[in-house]
Design a protein around this ligand. Structure first.
Ligand code: 2IT
Length: 447
């Protein structure tokens, strides 16, 4: 690692102590940017990286609500507005018990590059709360969302900051958040994405992230002379992203052999397809152990309690659960099993150590900020639909999504090639995402 980059990582660590996930993404991104900074000393002079790793604004607020037993509950809410060089801050809200500033900052930082890669006019931001909607009643979730929005509404707006969902924030939460926003500002406007179809949501947004991941993976395989059709794919998770990924993989003739949940993983050699993919929808967001009921319903499937699916032999691995789910031992198991392709569905699912090991051992990796950008890309399309006040057809959305994912792949591949990395999509995505933001930041002066 070069001196300049090391120096920025030190700054980040000092300013954000105890936030390893944030340090991890900064280290991963900046390492790829070394040759770019060598070529563009003016970026260093303009303090561009130092500005990039410091959110433009971060808010933290108390969220008070009353549970069904009449007990007062207090949670913390966050919104980190990272970078608005390309457009309004854009990024999801995550509601999960492990949410703290380090998680929101890592997600917000990644979102800058991801959003830039889409080619659409969206800056980067992320928010959330340590509130866990799993196991809460609808009424409790509604009261929490209303209280959360009662503070957040003053910091967001269709031209300022447009949140969406992430882990723990789905259609139900977006609905309650939207209702409260509208009540407070007395305007019906596109301030959130991932809305229900009856009130401005985009046809196809729910499956967009998963579909986009598979389009990206198909490109990656094709560039290496392989076809996604007929491939055995191990995926993790059981949420929205997993569901969309499984659906599109089946569509394209690949075979999904695993899914996972809090209780372990399922190996289904017959393939997770047809009614089993529909069953994922039922399980989605249930917060319950999902493998045991799956194995009961489909007895040919094998249930491995407490384990992750990375030890199975597959042609392609797509982690769709959460950050750092692939660690060095998992990476070693994958390589030992002859793994050639990993396409990241979840945000930063691979530790830096595991990522380096995989790439050093000839695995082609599709990084999450490129591969899962289809979700936020369709969010930006939803923003444009809301501004035009004209609904779009699903086929139109799917076609745009596919084009965007192809373009992201090609621009990441081209950027990596240009800066001497060869076919390295991890470096290429960082560089291509960065260059556009850098150009806009340079043009906009020292702000
Ligand atoms: O990680 C992500 O890109 C998201 N959670 C979606 C963000 C968005 O604004 O649609």
């Amino acid at each position: 690692m070069g001196k300049i980059v090391e120096q920025y990582i030190e700054i980040a660590k000092k300013r954000n102590p105890g936030e390893p996930e944030f340090h991890q993404t900064i280290e991963e991104v900046l390492t790829s940017l070394e040759p770019v900074l060598e070529k563009h000393p003016e970026y260093v002079e303009a303090g561009l990286i130092e500005r990039l790793i410091e959110p433009e604004r971060g808010i933290s607020f108390r969220v008070t609500w009353v549970d069904d037993n009449g007990k007062v509950q207090v949670n913390r809410g966050y919104r980190y507005q990272f970078n608005s060089a390309l457009g309004p801050y854009k990024g999801g809200l995550r509601f999960a018990s492990n949410v703290y500033p380090g998680i929101i900052k890592f997600l917000g930082f990644e979102q800058i590059f991801k959003n830039s890669l889409t080619g659409l006019s969206i800056g980067g931001g992320k928010g959330g709360s340590d509130f866990d909607p799993n196991g809460k009643s609808d009424a409790e979730v509604m009261r929490f969302c209303q209280s959360f929005m009662t503070e957040l509404y003053r910091h967001i707006g269709p031209e300022t900051d447009v949140p969406a969902g992430d882990i723990g924030v789905g259609a139900r939460e977006i609905g309650y958040l939207y209702g409260q926003y509208k009540r407070l500002v007395n305007r019906f406007e596109g301030v959130l994405t991932g809305k229900g179809l009856s009130y401005g949501g985009l046809n196809g947004r729910t499956e967009a992230t998963g579909f986009g991941i598979v389009f990206f993976a198909r490109n990656m395989l094709k560039a290496c002379g392989e076809d996604i059709k007929g491939k055995k794919v191990a995926i993790s998770g059981f949420g929205n992203v997993t569901w969309g990924t499984a659906w599109k993989l089946n569509d394209l003739g690949a075979k999904v052999i695993t899914i996972s949940g809090p209780d372990g993983y399922i190996l289904d050699e017959d393939g997770v397809s047809g009614e089993k993919v529909d069953y994922l929808l039922e399980l989605r967001g249930s917060g319950k152990n999902i493998c045991a009921p799956y194995a009961e319903k489909f007895p040919n499937a094998k249930f491995f309690p407490g384990e992750k699916p990375w030890g199975v032999k597959a042609d392609l691995y797509i982690p769709c659960a959460t950050q750092n789910e692939i660690r060095i031992d998992d990476a070693k198991a994958m390589v030992a099993n002859g793994c050639k392709f990993l396409c990241e569905g979840a945000n930063m699912p691979t530790t830096n150590e595991a990522l380096t090991y995989l790439m050093d051992n000839g695995v082609t990796v599709g990084p999450s900020k490129a591969a899962n950008a289809g979700g936020v890309a369709c969010s930006a399309i939803e923003m444009s639909q809301n501004a035009r006040k004209m609904p779009m057809q699903k086929e139109e959305v799917y076609a745009q999504l596919e084009t965007i994912m192809n373009t992201i792949h090609d621009s990441a591949a081209a950027a990596a090639e240009e800066y001497g990395f060869g076919y390295n999509l991890v470096a290429g995505a960082n560089i291509a995402g960065f260059l556009k933001v850098a150009e806009a930041m340079m043009a906009q002066g020292l702000v």
